[in-house]
Design a protein around this ligand. Structure first.
Ligand SMILES: Nc1ncnc2c1ncn2[C@@H]1O[C@H](COP(=O)(O)OP(=O)(O)OP(=O)(O)O)[C@@H](O)[C@H]1O
Length: 973
C-alpha cells in the first residue's frame, strides 16, 4: 500500500463500483491514482478475479505501470496480474482476434481466416512498404480509377486515410459499408449548414457590420484557379457575407466515384493484409469490432463484469463502441480530462468525453439496431468531480486555466467565458506557494535556456521538495502543514527540471547545445536519428565508398569547414584530399556494417547517444551482420524520408534535466518545468496541411482537394473548388494546441518558465506575464572535449569575400519612419502572414494590409517561393557578397516576379528600397537568364504594387564600396 490516502471524492469513486461513472477532472487530481485503487478495491470483492475487470489504457507503458501499482495495493503480485486484461485497446483486441477471430473475415465478405500467427504491424516503414506494393497493384487492376489516381500527389497518403476511417468506426464490406458505418463519409449537411451560418454571420465593427469570418477566408476567390465550371467571385463572395447557393452546391457535389474509390481501396487493402496474415492497429480494432458485433457467443464469453478506461479523452469512436461491447453490465468507469486531449493527429476525439452522455446513448442505440448487443441501461451516469490538485501550487493552477483561453493567432477571437464555464476550478493542496512563473526571451534561445537552467540549479529562490513528506499531515492545522511543507523545501538539482518542447527538432538542438557545455540533459523519447549530423556523415561515407558519390563528397568536405567555393573546386576537379581518399580506401575494406559505422564515428570522435543509436539501428537492421553498404544506404534514406524516430538512451547520469516533447510528458510531473520554443510557427504549431489529396473532415465528409481535368484544353490537376469553399467556411482549429499548452504547464509542481527566441508566439505574448530578457552567459560545466575536425583542409591563399546584408547598403533611418505608428511587430506579422498564405496554408487575414496581400497573391500566376535567401557576389576589392531575403519570388515559365512587401504609410523610402530590389534583380537575372524579370514593391496599406527599375551592377558596386569594412563579416559557410 502507498502512504497516501484518498480524499473524499476519490473515495467515492473507489468505493462505488457498480454503475456508470464519468470522471472528467483536471490535471493532478489523482485520476490515475484513484483508478488503480478502484481496481484493487474491486479485486477485493468475493468471486472477482482479475479477468473480470478490463482496464484499458493509452500506452503499453501506462498499462505496465498500472499493473505494477495495482500489485502494490492488492493481494496479487505482478506475475499473477501478468495475464490480467490491463492493456491498450490494440493489445487487447489483438489477443481477442487471435483467439476467437478465425472466421471473422467472412462476415465482411472476405474469403480468408485470421490465423493464430496473425501479426500486428506497428512499424510505419514496414507497413508503408506493404501498402505501397498493394496500391501499385490496385492501380493496375482498376483502370476505372485512373482519373482519381491522376489527381493524387501521393497515393501512399491513402494509408493514413484508411487509419482515420477505421478510428471513426467506418468499416467496409464487399458490397458497401458494414452496418452502415460509411454514413459519416457523406457528411452531415445539417451540422455543416449550422456551422456555415455561424461563420457567415457578419462581424460587429465600430461602424456597423463588417465581413463574416467565412467571407474573409475566401475573399480572394479566383475562379480561374479551378476547373472552368467553378463559380465566379461574384457568385461566391457578397458583402458582408458569402452567398449561400454555391456553398450548398459545393456540399452537394456528386461524390459517387470518390466514395466508391475509397471503399475499394480500403476493402481490398483489408483483403491484402489478411492474405498476408497481418493487420495494422486500426484494422485490428475494426476486425475485433466486427467480431464482437457478429458473434454473440464470443461476446458473451469475453465480456467483463467491470470495465474501466483511463485517459478517456484520447480514445476514438471505435474504442468507445468497443467499450460498450466489452462490458457485460453497466459497470463502466471512464476517467480523463478533456483539457488534456492531445492526440487528434492519431484520430482520437475529444467529444467522446465532452459529450459522453449523448454518445453513450447514441452508440448503444446504433449497436442494438438489429439485435440486443448492449443489454444494460446507460441512462444513469454518475459524474464525479475531483477538485483537489495534488501537484501544483495555486499560481501554476491559475496560469494553467489561462492557457485554454489564449489566442493562438493574433486574429483569433475566443469566447473565454464559455471556455471557463467548462473548466472545474482546482484547489491546490500545496500550502506554500513559492512559485516563480517567468516568460523569458532572447534571440539565442538555446543559450538562454541553458543559462536559466544553471541559474536555477542550487538556487534557494527556486526551492522544491527535497525531503519526503511525513507519513500523514491530515491531523495537522493548516499552519502546521505549511510549516512542514516549508521544511521539505530546498535548492533544486538538475533532476528536478524538465524541458518540454512542441517539436522534436528543437529538443534535438538543445540536447546538442547542452552536450557542448557539459550540462547534463537526458532526452526521453524518439529522435529523428537519421536526420542528425552523425547519420548524414555516415550516409555520405557510405555513398562515397559505394559509388564515389558527389553528394557524399560534398557533405564530408562541408564538414571540414572549407568554404563553399573551394569545395566546389574540389568537386569539379574530383581531386579529393589525400587523407580522405586513404580513409575511404580503408573503409572499403570493412567487412561488416557495424565495423564501417564504428570506423566513421571513431574518426570523427562521435561517441554520444546518436552515434550509439545509429550503430544499434544499423547492426540490427538484418538478423545477420552481413548487410551490404547499399542496403545500409537505402535503410538510412528510407528512414530519413519517413522521418522515423528512434528511442535513444542519452542519459548522462542520474542528476540530469529531462528533455521531452509535450506529447511524451503526458501523465508526468516535475518540480520545475521549462516550456521551450514558444515561438511563432513552432507553438502553436502551424504544421503543414495534411498532404493527402483525399481528405475526411467533419462535418463535410469525404472530399477531394484536387481533381484531374482536361476541361481547359490540356491535362491539368486543379484545386477543387468545393473543397476550398467548404473548408474556407469552417473555423481554424487551434484548440488542441491550447490543450497541449495546458498539458505542458500542468506538469509543473512549483516553478514554470516559458522561453522564446526573437519571434515569440501569441502563447507567449498573450499570457498575463511580463516577459524578461536576461543576457545569457552559460558556463561550461565539466571539461568537455571540442571535437577535433579529423580532416583539415587548407584552401589556397585568397581573400575571403565579405558578407554583408542588403540592409547595410541602405540608409537605416528609413526604417525608423517605416515603423512609425505601426510598429515592427506589425511588419513581422504581415510578412509571416504573407509567407503562410504563399505556402498554400490558409491563414485568415486579420487586418486590411493582410487582406491586400491575399488579393495580390490571388491575382499572381506562377509558383510561389516565399522567403528566398538571395546572395549576390560583387566584384570589389575585397570581394563582397550581399545577402538578403526575397519576400516573394514568383516563377512562371518565362517570367520571374520579385515582390517585396512594405507596410509603410508613405513612399518616402523608395530610393532605398530600390537598392535592395536591385540586388534581388541581379541574382534572379543570373539564375534565370531567359526570363523577363520584374521587381516590385507592394505597399500593403495602399494595396498598390509599384514596379521599380533596378540599378545596374556598376551602380550597386559604387554604393557598396564606401560601406565595405564598416559592416562586413568574413563569410561563414
Ligand atoms: N489523495 C491524495 N493525497 C495525496 N496525494 C495524492 C492524492 N491523490 C493523488 N495524489 C498525488 O497527486 C499526483 C497526481 O496524481 P495522478 O498522476 O494520479 O493525477 P492525474 O489526475 O492522473 O494527473 P494528470 O491528469 O495530470 O496526468 C501524484 O503525485 C499522486 O501521488
Amino acid at each position: 500500500m502507498t502512504g497516501i490516502s484518498p480524499n473524499q471524492e476519490q473515495e467515492t469513486l473507489i468505493e462505488h463500483i457498480d454503475g456508470i461513472y464519468l470522471v472528467d477532472a483536471g490535471a493532478g487530481t489523482g485520476k490515475t491514482f484513484t483508478i488503480t485503487h478502484r481496481y484493487a478495491n474491486i479485486l477485493e470483492k468475493p468471486d472477482i478475479e482479475p479477468e473480470d475487470i478490463l482496464l484499458a489504457t493509452f500506452t503499453r507503458n501506462a498499462a505496465a505501470e498500472m499493473a505494477d501499482r495495482i500489485a502494490r495495493q492488492s493481494p496479487y503480485d505482478p506475475v499473477q496480474l501478468q495475464d490480467a486484461p490491463i492493456s491498450t485497446f490494440h493489445g487487447y483486441c489483438y489477443q481477442l482476434l487471435r483467439r476467437y477471430g478465425h472466421e471473422i473475415p467472412a462476415e465482411i465478405g472476405i474469403d480468408d481466416q485470421i490465423p493464430q500467427s496473425l501479426e500486428l504491424i506497428e512499424d510505419g516503414i514496414r507497413e508503408g512498404e506493404l501498402f505501397n506494393t498493394f496500391i501499385t497493384r490496385f492501380e493496375d487492376r482498376h483502370p476505372e480509377y485512373e482519373h482519381l489516381f491522376a489527381a493524387l500527389n501521393d497515393p501512399s497518403s491513402l494509408r493514413s486515410l484508411i487509419a482515420e476511417l477505421a478510428a471513426k468506426g467506418v468499416i467496409p464490406e464487399r458490397d458497401g459499408w458494414y452496418r452502415d458505418t460509411g454514413t459519416p463519409l457523406f457528411g452531415d449537411r445539417e451540422a455543416f449548414m449550422d456551422l456555415f451560418e455561424r461563420e457567415n454571420r457578419p462581424n460587429e465593427g465600430a461602424n456597423g457590420p463588417t465581413q463574416s469570418d467565412a467571407r474573409s477566408s475566401v475573399s480572394g476567390w479566383d475562379a480561374t484557379e479551378y476547373v472552368p465550371d467553378a463559380p465566379t467571385a461574384d457568385e461566391v463572395v457578397g458583402y458582408p457575407q458569402l452567398h449561400t447557393e454555391p456553398v450548398e452546391q459545393a456540399f452537394d457535389e456528386d461524390r459517387e466515384d470518390l466514395l466508391a474509390f475509397v471503399h475499394d481501396v480500403y476493402f481490398e487493402y483489408l483483403e491484402y493484409a489478411l492474405a498476408r496474415n497481418y493487420l495494422t492497429q486500426g484494422l485490428m480494432l475494426a476486425m475485433a469490432f466486427v467480431m464482437l458485433c457478429e458473434d454473440a457467443a464470443v461476446r458473451e464469453q469475453v465480456r467483463h463484469q467491470y470495465v474501466m478506461v483511463d485517459e478517456f479523452q484520447d480514445t476514438n469512436e471505435l474504442q468507445f463502441k468497443l467499450t460498450l461491447l466489452l462490458a457485460g453490465e453497466n459497470n463502466i468507469c471512464v476517467v480523463g480530462d478533456w483539457k488534456q486531449s492531445i492526440y487528434g493527429f492519431q484520430y482520437t476525439t475529444v467529444e467522446n468525453i465532452q459529450n459522453f452522455e449523448e454518445r453513450i446513448s447514441r452508440y448503444k442505440a446504433e449497436l442494438n439496431r438489429d439485435e440486443t448487443r448492449v443489454k444494460y441501461a446507460v441512462d444513469e451516469i454518475e459524474t464525479i468531480p475531483l477538485k483537489k490538485n495534488y501537484r501544483s501550487t495555486e499560481s501554476i493552477l491559475s496560469l494553467a486555466t489561462e492557457t485554454l483561453t489564449t489566442p493562438a493567432t493574433n486574429g483569433e477571437s475566443l469566447d473565454a467565458e464559455e471556455i471557463e464555464n467548462e473548466i472545474t476550478p482546482l484547489e491546490a493542496t500545496s500550502r506554500v506557494d513559492n512559485s516563480h512563473i517567468q516568460a523569458v526571451t532572447h534571440e539565442d534561445e538555446l543559450e538562454l535556456l541553458l543559462d536559466r537552467i544553471q541559474h536555477v540549479v542550487g538556487n534557494e529562490d527556486y526551492s522544491v521538495e527535497v525531503r519526503d513528506e511525513p507519513a500523514s499531515t491530515a491531523e495537522m492545522s493548516v499552519e502546521e502543514q505549511a510549516a512542514a511543507e516549508r521544511e521539505r523545501l530546498g535548492a533544486p538539482s538538475y533532476s528536478d527540471i524538465a524541458v518540454f518542447t512542441r517539436t522534436r527538432s528543437f529538443a534535438r538542438d538543445l540536447l546538442e547545445k547542452a552536450t557542448e557545455y557539459g550540462i547534463p540533459i537526458a532526452y526521453e523519447g524518439g529522435v529523428e536519428l537519421f536526420d542528425t549530423d552523425q547519420a548524414k556523415l555516415l550516409l555520405a561515407w557510405l555513398r562515397i565508398c559505394e559509388s564515389n558519390d558527389q553528394r557524399g563528397w560534398a557533405t564530408v568536405l562541408e564538414e571540414t569547414g572549407c568554404t563553399l567555393s573551394y569545395a566546389r573546386e574540389i568537386l569539379e576537379a574530383e581531386q579529393y584530399p589525400d587523407a580522405m581518399v586513404t580513409f575511404r580506401d580503408s573503409l572499403r575494406e570493412c567487412e561488416t556494417i557495424g565495423g564501417f559505422v564504428r570506423m566513421v564515428f571513431d574518426e570523427y570522435g562521435y561517441d554520444g547517444a546518436y552515434a550509439n543509436g545509429l550503430l544499434g539501428e544499423l547492426t540490427s537492421m538484418h538478423e545477420t551482420t552481413l548487410a551490404t553498404r547499399s542496403e545500409a544506404i537505402i535503410y538510412i534514406e528510407e528512414h530519413l524520408e519517413a522521418g522515423s524516430t528512434v528511442e535513444i538512451d542519452s542519459s548522462p547520469g542520474e542528476d540530469s534535466v529531462t528533455l521531452q516533447t509535450i506529447h511524451s510528458a503526458k501523465g508526468l510531473e516535475y518540480p520545475i518545468v521549462f516550456c521551450a520554443n514558444v515561438n511563432r510557427r513552432a507553438f502553436p504549431h502551424y504544421g503543414r496541411p495534411s498532404s493527402g489529396t483525399i481528405q475526411y473532415r467533419e462535418p463535410i465528409g469525404l472530399r477531394q482537394r484536387s481533381v484531374y481535368s482536361e476541361a481547359s484544353g490540356r491535362p491539368y490537376v486543379h484545386s477543387h473548388w468545393p473543397y476550398d469553399l467548404l473548408t474556407g467556411c469552417q473555423p481554424s482549429e487551434y484548440d488542441e494546441e491550447r490543450r497541449l499548452f495546458y498539458v505542458a504547464v500542468t506538469r509543473a509542481k512549483r516553478h514554470l518558465f516559458l522561453t522564446a527566441g526573437d519571434s515569440p508566439s501569441p502563447f507567449f505574448t498573450e499570457l498575463p506575464l511580463e516577459p524578461i530578457e536576461p543576457e545569457p552567459s552559460v558556463d561550461i560545466e565539466t571539461e568537455y572535449r571540442e571535437d577535433e575536425v579529423p580532416f583539415s583542409i587548407t584552401p589556397p591563399e585568397r581573400t575571403k569575400p565579405r558578407r554583408m546584408s542588403v540592409h547595410d547598403i541602405m540608409d537605416d533611418s528609413v526604417y525608423d519612419e517605416v515603423t512609425e505608428g505601426r510598429g515592427t511587430e506589425f511588419g513581422d506579422e504581415l510578412h509571416e502572414f504573407a509567407e503562410e498564405y504563399a505556402r498554400g496554408n490558409d491563414p485568415s487575414p486579420s487586418d486590411d494590409d493582410q487582406e491586400h496581400v491575399v488579393t495580390l497573391l490571388d491575382t499572381l500566376d506562377g509558383t510561389f517561393n516565399p522567403e528566398v535567401t538571395a546572395i549576390l557576389p560583387l566584384d570589389l576589392d575585397p570581394q563582397v557578397t550581399l545577402v538578403g531575403i526575397i519576400d516573394l519570388l514568383v516563377i512562371a515559365p518565362d517570367r520571374i516576379q520579385i515582390i517585396d512587401y512594405k507596410t509603410d504609410l508613405t513612399r518616402h523610402a523608395e530610393a532605398e528600397y530600390r537598392k535592395q530590389l536591385s540586388v534581388y534583380y541581379h541574382i534572379a537575372a543570373e539564375q534565370y537568364p531567359d526570363c523577363t524579370i520584374s521587381t516590385s514593391i507592394f505597399y500593403t496599406a495602399e494595396n498598390e504594387c509599384v514596379e521599380v527599375s533596378p540599378l545596374t551592377l556598376e551602380e550597386l558596386r559604387e554604393i557598396t564600396m564606401p560601406v565595405v569594412g564598416e559592416n562586413s563579416h568574413p563569410e561563414k559557410i
